[in-house]
Ligand binder design. Structure first.
Ligand SMILES: [Fe+2]
Length: 463
């Protein structure tokens, strides 16, 4: 579409950020790519060395793979894409391709496979990495779609970080003493924030055609008209969600969709996953630690159905993903869409709770530097946010580099989540990034915020 506002390259506010990838020299881009791959591996190593070998091969939940499967799968994908496809090298372990093909083996059955053991898996991923870095050294990063601006390397770094978030979810499901440690997130620096922010009616540029490491489902940029709406300034907190539970929200079918009510009833769900009632207050288990549920953190471990029921109880609704993205990226001063709520610079620790630096969401209001131009806080990081949208292709979508990346998941069975969580790395989160999952999912680090239509009076007043 030609009427779409161009996407920005400028950097707004704060210290100057490094130039975007597409403006860097080949040497600088290569160094950056190697650093992002190293960061992913450091995280995979930390998550797999935190437990002993028995723990690595055990299945902690039918919902998850044994950690040792994730580790070797990371290596297998890196071998297939970087060593064989980009590098044109001989396969290292073609015999294990099938074992680590996520489409061939559902998570529940993976422990029965003849998987590589912990030390074999560690040796394999190290061997693949050394070859992949050699391929990176020798590859021109201005070539075809796969290697241009280092796309395939960025895709593999994102893939590893996505599995690192999955492995963190496995740690959350694991029984036993705590093995992960991290400092506490920052406390809110500002006073009371308004409850909601009005996002004015009008078109905005959704998706991207220029972000070099954006995945196929984020493309291409296209104009979307969004009617005026109001959005919560911050994600819904534990205190607000507890009020819903304490008000009998889980027992009142009026607030639930038919599918949501059937799911709630079949599993007798009465609170977010990992919560339990003790006396007059809620407690939770978080990475092996039992603690009172903190009032001011975004709620997490709720399914789409629970988010939807809360919103209806509160007289509100979930935002569509177009509404979410407009609130996150639209700059009313310029009419352009930013890469992130705070501007175009890469995420820094002052902007958002990302990268497993903290093992929990930060209290609402803790990241004023990460707010969007319209004043919406914590859109990036802390918790993934459920939207009301099904996962669908954008107009002009083209599968790349393979159909199984996104295309096979399009349809009404998956809901879109946005923004990333404290468990997501900056390389795998953007204003345009789209995650998707089944509406029953609760083990992921997902929460939500609510929206509402403007009233006729607000619309007439041009609020
Ligand atoms: Fe994978």
């Amino acid at each position: 579409m030609t009427s779409v506002h161009s996407e920005p390259h400028d950097v707004s506010g704060g210290r100057p950020a490094p130039p975007p990838l597409w403006e860097r020299s080949e040497e600088d881009l290569r160094a950056h790519t190697a650093e992002v791959l190293h960061r992913a591996r450091a995280r995979s190593t930390a998550l797999t060395e935190a437990v002993d070998d028995d723990d690595l091969v055990r299945q902690h939940s039918k919902l998850m793979s044994p950690l040792v499967w994730d580790l070797a799968h990371i290596g297998s994908q890196e071998e297939i894409w970087l060593v064989r496809d980009v590098g044109g090298r001989e396969p290292l372990r073609p015999d294990i391709d099938d074992l680590y093909d996520a489409f061939q083996h559902p998570r529940a059955t993976r422990p029965e496979l003849p998987l590589l053991g912990p030390s074999e898996a560690r040796g394999y991923v190290a061997q693949v990495r050394s070859k992949a870095l050699d391929v990176l050294e020798r590859t021109t990063l201005s070539g075809d779609a796969l290697t241009g601006t280092g796309f395939a390397f960025g895709m593999i770094a994102q893939h590893e970080q996505q599995h690192d978030e999955t492995m963190l979810a496995t740690h959350q499901l694991r029984r036993g003493d705590p093995v992960l440690r991290a400092p506490e997130p920052p406390r809110p620096a500002t006073g009371d924030l308004p409850d909601e922010v009005v996002v004015p009616a009008g078109p905005f540029a959704m998706g991207t055609s220029v972000e070099p490491w954006a995945l196929d489902n984020e493309r291409p940029v296209h104009e979307v008209f969004v009617a005026g709406f109001a959005l919560d300034t911050t994600p819904v907190t534990n205190a607000a969600f507890a009020a819903f539970a304490d008000d009998g929200g889980y027992r009142d079918s009026r607030w639930w969709s038919a599918e949501g009510w059937a799911y709630r009833s079949a599993h007798d769900i009465v609170a977010p996953r990992f919560w339990r009632r003790e006396g007059d207050r809620w407690w939770r288990r978080r990475f092996g630690v039992d603690e009172p549920v903190p009032d001011d953190e975004p709620v997490m471990h709720v399914s789409y159905y629970e988010a939807e029921a809360f919103a209806r109880w509160a007289g509100r609704r979930l935002p569509t993903e177009a509404e979410w993205e407009k609130a996150a990226r639209f700059d009313p001063a310029t009419g352009r869409s930013r890469r992130y709520p705070w501007g175009d610079g890469e995420p820094e620790p002052r902007h958002a709770n990302l990268g497993q630096r903290h093992l929990r969401p930060a209290p609402v209001g803790a990241y004023p530097d990460g707010a969007s131009p319209l004043g919406v806080h914590q859109l990036i990081g802390d918790v993934w946010e459920w939207t009301s949208s099904d996962f669908r292709p954008y107009p002009g979508f083209a599968a790349f580099p393979y159909r199984e990346y996104s295309e096979v998941f399009f349809g009404p069975e998956h809901k879109v989540l946005r923004g990333g969580s404290f468990g997501s790395d900056p390389v795998a989160v953007r204003g345009t990034f789209r995650n998707w999952d089944y509406p029953i999912r609760r083990q992921i680090f997902a929460g939500f915020r609510c929206a509402r239509d403007l009233t006729a009076a607000e619309t007439a007043a041009g609020v």
